[in-house]
Write a protein that binds this ligand. Structure first.
Ligand code: HDE
Length: 700
């Protein structure tokens, strides 16, 4: 990988020392060439260790401009975090158009197959503050900025294709209810509290989304293993002005995968940065995360026939009804140089669209178009935030906008208005190729109202539920029981269950049983639910498993005396599958394998619990097993892997540790007779989890 900071190359850490002179003054010594430290004015600094004082033990002097500048800047380092999606992680990459869509849209980005457009993508959680943990049960943001040749297009989506509310006017209420309760300032990054479920239970339009957020979609294994959605219906406009409706989908190349709830809870402690680290590591290792862009294209005829309103963001169009056409790929191949510059200062806006793409009247989207511009000004503090390199278009741009805080790009020359009569020196002019809104005819009374079909609140929630595998249905039930058990007001619990009865009676009954309450009366539906929508298998994660362990991580627990040939064979087999391996040992300094060779470990056992891995191998020697049996963290390593339905490889020597951890060997536990079995174990791992075990261990 190219060195991003060649100027620092010659200064190795060990080469730098701080020498303190007899008078307390210091100077830094570095071998080789390094840049001199200066103030922001470029004045070289001789001493960055001591403020300027009157006398050796005297007061600090006001004239110390270097100290004043340094502290002033530090005091102003923070900008307001995003009200929602505060915790995020971004990366650079490209979008490659794989199929020309010239017959459907004039958007420049979709004209030429094979063309690559630079992108910046930011993934996020919604509810937690900037410092919250990655594995919160939450929707994930999936925001993509395409730097196209005709301007920036932002597709600011989520990893769930529906939303909680139908009208943007309810967004502040939704977010207030989800975030910390205002009197106490907690709970952080979780919806398992009264206010959230109070709001949901009073807003039946959110019930479809409630099913989605209680599913495994909200605890993804990492950003690399989740889908993304534009959510709203947009328009594509061709060169002649014809409109086609579109819904945008991102399909992860490695397939979808989630963790189980008990694992998520433990991951938040073991590695609160689990998702951002995963993305960073994958890109650094050259395993570039990749998605395909899929389009669902349809016309007014379909929209008129469809059971739901295509402007209602609480509904999907099942893939089985309108198939997905894959037209491009998104590859993330570069980590940021600086988190703040790029990930924090990136300003996405739904209003950033380009010729050939247009909005619809989805009332949520309309409200978003107002909100994002507003929020960026608040966050970034100047109307010139678009001049930050991460936000500026990569195509030429010319406006008559000028001045304001932090101006970098003022118009050149005399003309700063239009029209003007300065001819060729008069600055930019309008162009017939410029953006044109699709000319829909709009008429009607001015009212606070919604389309009639928006009143259907339960039909698609039911469709989502019946589309899940049995394991996933159990997870949904368990998640409702978990969250509602944290709700202290019994009436709120009952109100949520009263809605679930309209979704699926069995689910409602199971949740009520889990809460130890009797089944309440069903809520009164605003519109009669449709109960015969067919299942949509595309909505299940497990039914669409990739059948590969590629991109996943195998954790191998080792000790002195580990069988070197077996270890090497497992490492090789994992590599062949495109999986990563991490060694976990009693000490991070390493272990001596059976061939007498000393090898380093990546983790000490208490810092590398099995929740960090997708499958584990316990290869400890007989002595290692005897020693580790005494350690709770080693027993947890094994017991958790078992409880989280992971595939476990073991040896006869290691078995006492497994027994002590309560493992009862089943089809997901494989005893390795020798190196020849390594390949078979990795094949087993391609099923990702041994779900048959789950009903027996029931780790929820
Ligand atoms: Fe957002 N949303 N949102 N949202 N949203 C923000 O903009 C808002 C909605 C989404 O990585 C804010 O820059 C309103 C749906 C993502 O920087 C803010 C409504 C979807 C991100 C805002 C919605 C999203 C945001 C806060 C209701 C999925 C993070 C900071 C109409 C399709 C982007 C910011 C990033 C961020 C407003 C609903 C996705 C306040 C008013 C639906 C991925 O402007």
């Amino acid at each position: 990988m190219a060195d991003k900071h060649p100027e620092l190359k010659s200064a190795k850490l060990a080469d730098v020392s701080i020498k303190r002179g007899a008078g307390g003054e210091t100077h830094q010594v570095a071998e080789g060439e390094v840049a001199s430290l200066t103030t922001r004015q470029g004045v070289p600094v001789s001493d960055d260790q001591n403020s300027l004082k009157l006398g050796r033990r005297g007061p600090t002097l006001m004239e110390d401009f270097h100290f004043r500048e340094k502290i002033f800047h530090f005091d102003h380092e923070r900008i307001p975090e995003r009200v929602v999606h505060a915790r995020g992680f971004g990366a650079h990459g490209f979008f490659e158009t794989t199929e020309s869509l010239a017959d459907i849209t004039a958007a420049d980005i979709f004209q030429r197959a094979g063309e690559k457009t630079p992108v910046f993508v930011r993934f996020s959680t919604v509810a937690g503050n900037k410092g919250s943990s990655d594995l919160a049960r939450d929707v994930r943001g999936f925001a993509v900025k395409f730097y196209t040749k005709e301007g920036n297009w932002d597709l600011v989506g989520n990893n769930i294709p529906v939303f909680f509310i139908q009208d943007a006017i309810k967004f502040p209420d939704l977010i207030h209810a989800a975030k910390q309760e205002p009197d106490r300032g907690f709970p952080q990054a979780q919806t398992a509290h009264d206010n959230f479920w109070d709001f949901i239970s009073l807003m039946p339009e959110s019930i479809n989304m409630a099913l989605w957020i209680m599913s495994d979609r909200t605890i993804p294994r990492s950003f690399r293993f989740m889908e993304g959605f534009g959510v709203h219906t947009f328009r594509l406009i061709d060169a002649k002005g014809k409109s086609t409706y579109v819904k945008f989908h991102w399909k992860p190349k490695l397939g979808m995968q989630s963790v189980v709830w008990n694992e998520a809870v433990k991951l938040n402690g073991a590695d609160p940065d689990f998702h951002r680290r995963d993305m960073w590591d994958a890109i650094q290792a050259g395993d570039y995360p990749e998605w395909e862009l899929g389009l669902q294209l349809f016309d007014d005829d379909f929209a008129d026939k469809f059971e739901f309103d295509i402007l209602d963001a609480t509904k999907i169009i099942p893939e089985e009804r309108v198939p997905i056409r894959r037209v491009g790929r998104l590859v993330l191949d570069r980590t940021v140089d600086n988190f703040f510059n790029e990930t924090e200062q990136v300003a996405f806006q739904t209003g950033n669209i380009v010729p050939g793409i247009d909005f619809t009247n989805d009332p949520l989207l309309q409200g978003r178009n107002f909100s994002y511009l507003d929020t960026q000004l608040k966050r970034l503090g100047s109307p010139n935030f678009n001049d930050l390199p991460i936000n500026a278009p990569k195509c030429p741009f010319h406006t008559f906008q000028q001045d304001g805080h932090m101006t970098l790009n003022n118009p050149r020359g005399r003309a700063n208005y239009e029209p003007n009569s300065w001819g060729a020196n008069g600055g930019p002019r309008e162009t017939p190729k410029g953006f044109r809104s699709f000319p829909t005819e709009e008429a009607g009374d001015k009212r606070r109202t919604r389309g009639e079909l928006f009143a259907d609140h339960y039909s698609q929630a039911r469709q989502f539920y019946i589309s899940q595998s049995e394991t996933e249905q159990t997870h949904i039930k368990d998640a409702f029981v978990f969250e509602l058990s944290k709700v202290e007001t019994p009436e709120i619990r009952a109100r949520v269950v009263s809605h679930l009865i309209n979704v699926d009676k069995t689910l409602a009954k199971l949740v009520a049983d889990g809460l130890g309450m009797t089944l309440p009366k069903a809520a009164e539906p605003a519109r009669k639910p449709i109960t015969d929508l067919p299942p949509s298998p595309a909505l299940s994660i497990i039914k669409n498993a990739p059948g590969s362990f590629k991109g996943r991580k195998l954790g191998i627990l080792v000790s002195d005396g580990v069988d070197a040939a077996l270890l090497t064979a497992l490492e090789k087999a994992a590599k062949q599958q495109g999986a990563l391996v991490e060694l976990v040992a009693p000490t991070v300094g390493g272990f001596t394998a059976s061939d007498g060779k000393q090898r380093p470990a990546k983790q000490k056992v208490n810092g590398g619990p099995s929740v960090l891995y997708d499958a584990v191998a316990i290869l400890v020697s007989a002595e290692g097993a005897a020693q580790l049996q005494q350690e709770a963290t080693a027993r947890d390593f094994v017991a958790d892997a078992f409880a989280h339905a992971k595939f476990i490889a073991t040896t006869e020597d290691a078995m006492p540790l497994l027994e002590k951890a309560g493992v009862e060997p089943d089809g997901g536990v494989m005893s390795l007779g020798g190196p020849k079995d390594a390949g078979r174990f990795l094949e087993l791992c391609s099923q990702l989890r041994f779900w048959e075990r789950e009903p027996k261990v029931h780790a929820v």
